[in-house]
Design a protein around this ligand. Structure first.
Ligand code: GLA
Length: 390
């Protein structure tokens, strides 16, 4: 459990006055539906019970001063003139969100912010979306702004596009804003509608961080996205009114796949089949069919590995180990890929044995230490502390 009182005390010591609000936004793990969000498709993530916390106090000027406990670093900027920092990435998430709110004609006052998180960074659990959404919500609280969770998610995504340079989809920010305790959300990334599906008590979601993170992940991601857009452009003359790969069926690809170059066809095949799998998986989980859900997760991994080509050896090893470990229904890489984590669906009464087998197996196969997280689905962004003073 994260200790709010420690953050409260650290804020007061650093800024000389106590915070008036503390907001939290969770990291996420995606059960299935990978690289589908920016194709207007379906995703099925759950929010984690780990989060980024922002303690805050309004100021009477236009300065935002912030301190990151993780980076042990301070930053300061003026709301009148927000620019990208070329040296430090973490500050850009906050600057980008502030700029996005101002661009929507939402006036902001200055603020002192202290940031902390128990979402492991660089594990593919969206610690950055958690930061964006927590900061955006903090500005809402300090300035009495009412935004729907969907709008807050769009502001946060915009910050990532313009200030961080990754053309990410909406999944991470949306689940950080709208997650529901005990549930995964089946999200339609075209109209942002969603359906909560309870995680059955007989299963646990286990996340294993490979410990690998490739530097090129951002540029590889943007390339995959461009490939999907090219596929739509090339299929349009044959298929008519398609706007995104969301509108393409597997049967369409069987007929018109020859219109796509050899490096683009597998990308389209992944996205189209992944959308179909994601809808089927949400049905399976809702019906308590864990075996079917697990099979779909494995098929998703194979498609990400062979067609979308975003897996790495360590992720494949983790999936192999999981499928051989006790109680595992299914396992796959989760998130953007090129390192990060796997997600496994495990029978509740086998979780301890599963975790032990994973730790041993990964040490033997790679020499790396694994620290699996047994996750519970947490809630989306919220205010967790409000003082009496305004
Ligand atoms: C990253 C992006 C998401 C999504 C996933 C892949 O996490 O931020 O928008 O595209 O990769 O599913």
């Amino acid at each position: 459990m994260y200790e709010l009182s420690t953050l409260h005390a650290a804020f007061e010591q650093y800024f000389g006055q106590p915070p008036t609000r503390i907001a939290r936004a969770p990291g996420r793990v995606n059960l299935i539906g990978e690289h589908t969000d920016y194709n207007d498709g379906f995703v099925f993530p759950m929010a984690l019970d780990r989060a980024t916390y922002v303690a805050a106090r309004p100021r009477n000027d236009q300065i935002v001063r912030m301190f990151s406990i993780k980076f042990r670093e301070e930053d300061q900027f003026d709301l009148q003139q927000i620019v990208r920092d070329e040296r430090r990435q973490w500050v850009n998430y906050i600057r980008g969100v502030a700029k996005g709110l101002l661009a929507r004609d939402l006036p902001l006052r200055g603020a002192d912010l202290m940031i902390d998180s128990d979402v492991p960074a660089g594990s593919g659990l969206s610690s950055s979306a958690a930061l964006e959404v927590a900061v955006g919500y903090t500005f809402q609280l300090l300035n009495n702004i009412n935004l729907l969770g969907e709008e807050l998610a769009l502001v946060a995504q915009g910050a990532e596009h313009t200030f961080v340079g990754v053309k990410c989809g909406i999944m991470d920010q949306l689940i950080a804003a709208l997650g529901e305790a005990g549930h995964a959300l089946l999200i339609d990334c075209r109209d942002l509608s969603y359906r909560p599906v309870p995680i059955p008590a007989e299963a646990r979601v286990v996340v294993c961080d490979s410990g690998v993170r490739h530097r090129l992940a951002g540029s590889e991601y943007n390339q995959r996205r461009a490939g999907c857009e090219e596929a739509v452009r090339l299929l349009k003359p044959a298929l008519g009114k398609i706007q995104a790969l969301r509108d393409v069926r597997s049967s369409d690809l069987a007929t018109y796949g020859h219109l796509l170059p050899p490096d683009v066809l597998p990308l389209a095949r992944h996205v189209v089949s992944e959308n179909e799998r994601t809808l089927a998986a949400a049905e399976a989980l809702a019906a308590g069919d864990l075996v079917k859900m697990g099979r779909l997760m494995v098929a998703s991994h194979v498609s990400l590995r062979d067609d979308y080509r975003v897996s790495v050896r360590e992720l494949d090893t983790l999936v192999d180990l999981a499928l051989a470990a006790p109680g595992c229904f299914g396992s796959r890489m989760t998130g953007g890929g090129f390192g990060g984590s796997t997600v496994s669906l495990v029978a509740t009464d086998h979780v301890d044995a599963f975790v032990a087998a994973m730790v041993d197996g990964y040490a033997i196969r790679t020499g790396r230490k694994l620290q699996p997280l047994v996750c519970t689905a947490g809630a989306g962004v919220s205010c967790v502390y409000a003082s009496e003073e305004e």
